[in-house]
Write a protein that binds this ligand. Structure first.
Ligand code: 3PG
Length: 392
C-alpha cells in the first residue's frame, strides 16, 4: 500500500482518519491513551512536511445522536498536551463550522472534527457524507487500523473522493499483523485466550493453517476440556461449541500442529477475588467449583513452549487476571512472551493490560491497536479500510 511517504503532502490539507476510540471514566478522563500516542509519528511527519491536518475519529457508539459523553474534546486536549501545540476542535464533523475552520487552517496547524458517529451516515457509509468529509481536504490518510474492519464513510467511502494512503501506524499494523501472520518465521507459536471460543473461532481456524504450536487458555479452554470429556463443574462453558472444539482438536492433529490445552487449572468456589481457590488436575475439577485460571503446571508448559518460537502471536488472557488469585497464568505467559527473542505481536486490551501490569509492554515487537480489526486480520480476512487504500 502507498503511504504518506509516497506522496507530496507539503502545503496540502490532509484528512486523517484515526481510531481515538479510547476508554474513558465517568468524569470523561482518558484511562488509556495508547491509540492516541500511536498516531504521533504520522502527525509529527505531516507537521514536519508543512501539511495542515484535519483529524477525524469516532468515539464509542453514539448511534447517530449527539451524546456529550462521547465528545472528542478531551481527546483533542490530550493530543494537544502530547504535541505541545494547539488542536482546534470543530463542534461537528461536517457543515459550515467544519468547512470554515478547515478552509482557514494553515500549514502546521491541526483541527479535530467532532465524533463522526454523531451522524448515522458514517456507519451507513453514505456517499454524500463521505463526499462532505472529503471536501474539507486535498488528500486522505488512514491511520485508523482499529476501525479498518468497518466499511464506514470516513474509512472506506472517502477513498472514492480523495487519493487515500496509509499512515505510519497503519503501515506498521499491516507489516506486523498482516505480513507476519501470512509469512511467519517458524517455529510460529500462537497463544489464544479470553472468555469465549465463539469470539475467536475464525482466528483459531486460520491460525491452525499457519502455526506449529497453538496454545489455548482462558475461559474458552473449558469448552475444549469438555470436548476432551472432562467434567468442568461450574466453569464457563459454551455447550453449543463443544462439537466444534472436538473438530478443532482433530484438525490440529491432522495438520501436525501441537495444540496445548490446560492439564491443570485454578478452581474457585465462586467468581470473586476473595473466593476459596486451589490448583487441581483437569480430571479433578469439583462439580460445584469453577476454573478461573490455568494451573501452575500448565503455565510452566506454556512458558516453555514459547521459548523456542521465532514468531509469537498472543491474543487474550489465560484467566481472570484482574483478580490476583487468578492472575498467575496470564502473567507467566506475559513474562515468557516478553523474554522471548521472537517477533512478538500482541493484541487485545486484556493481554496488553497484563503486559503493562508486569511492566513488560516495551519488550514486545508490536502491540496492535486493533481489537476487532486485529482479530479479523488474524482470521485472514481482507479489511475494507485497508483494501480501499491506494497500492504502490
Ligand atoms: C474498536 O475499538 O475496536 C474500534 O474503534 C471499532 O469500534 P466499533 O467496534 O464500535 O466499530
Amino acid at each position: 500500500k502507498k503511504s504518506i511517504r509516497d506522496i507530496d503532502v507539503a502545503g496540502k490539507k490532509v484528512f486523517i482518519r484515526v481510531d481515538y476510540n479510547v476508554p474513558m471514566d465517568k468524569e470523561g478522563n482518558i484511562t488509556e491513551g495508547t491509540r492516541i500516542r500511536a498516531t504521533l509519528p504520522t502527525l509529527k511527519y505531516l507537521l514536519s512536511q508543512n501539511a495542515a491536518i484535519i483529524i477525524a475519529s469516532h468515539l464509542g457508539r453514539p448511534k447517530g445522536e449527539v451524546v456529550p459523553a462521547f465528545s472528542l474534546v478531551p481527546v483533542a486536549k490530550r493530543l494537544s498536551d502530547l504535541l505541545g501545540q494547539e488542536v482546534a476542535v470543530a463542534s461537528d464533523c461536517v457543515g459550515s463550522e467544519a468547512e470554515a475552520k478547515a478552509k482557514a487552517l494553515q500549514p502546521g496547524q491541526i483541527l479535530m472534527l467532532e465524533n463522526l458517529r454523531y451522524h448515522k451516515a458514517e456507519e451507513k457509509n453514505d456517499p454524500e457524507f463521505s463526499r462532505q468529509l472529503a471536501s474539507l481536504a486535498d488528500v486522505a490518510v488512514n491511520d485508523a487500523f482499529g476501525v479498518s474492519h468497518r466499511a464506514h464513510a470516513s474509512v472506506e467511502g472517502i477513498t472514492k473522493y480523495l487519493p487515500a494512503v496509509a499512515g505510519f501506524l497503519m503501515e506498521k499494523e499491516i507489516m506486523f499483523v498482516g505480513q507476519t501472520v501470512a509469512n511467519p518465521t517458524h517455529p510460529f507459536v500462537a497463544i489464544i485466550g479470553g472468555a469465549k471460543v465463539s469470539d475467536k473461532i475464525g482466528v483459531i481456524e486460520n491460525l491452525l493453517k499457519k502455526v506449529d504450536t497453538l496454545i489455548i487458555g482462558g475461559g474458552m479452554a473449558n469448552t475444549f476440556l469438555a470436548a476432551q470429556g472432562y467434567n468442568i463443574g461450574k466453569s464457563l462453558l459454551e455447550a453449543d461449541k463443544v462439537e466444534l472444539a472436538k473438530t478443532l482438536i482433530v484438525t490440529a492433529k491432522e495438520r501436525g500442529v501441537s495444540l496445548l490445552l490446560p492439564t491443570d487449572v485454578v478452581i474457585a468456589d465462586k467468581f470473586a477475588a476473595d473466593a476459596q481457590h486451589k490448583a487441581v488436575a483437569v480430571a479433578n475439577i469439583d462439580s460445584e467449583w469453577m476454573a478461573l485460571d490455568i494451573g501452575p503446571e500448565t503455565a510452566t508448559v506454556y512458558a516453555k513452549a514459547v521459548e523456542t518460537a521465532q514468531t509469537i502471536v498472543w491474543n487474550g488472557p489465560m484467566g481472570v487476571f484482574e483478580m490476583d488469585a487468578f492472575a498467575n497464568g496470564t502473567e507467566t505467559v506475559a513474562k515468557a512472551v516478553a523474554a522471548s527473542k521472537a517477533t512478538s505481536i500482541v493484541g487485545g486490551g486484556d493481554s496488553i493490560a497484563a503486559l503493562e501490569k508486569v511492566g513488560l509492554a516495551d519488550k514486545i515487537t508490536h502491540i496492535s491497536t486493533g481489537g476487532g480489526a486485529s482479530l479479523e486480520f488474524l482470521e485472514g480476512k481482507v479489511l475494507p479500510g485497508i483494501a480501499a487504500l491506494a497500492d504502490k
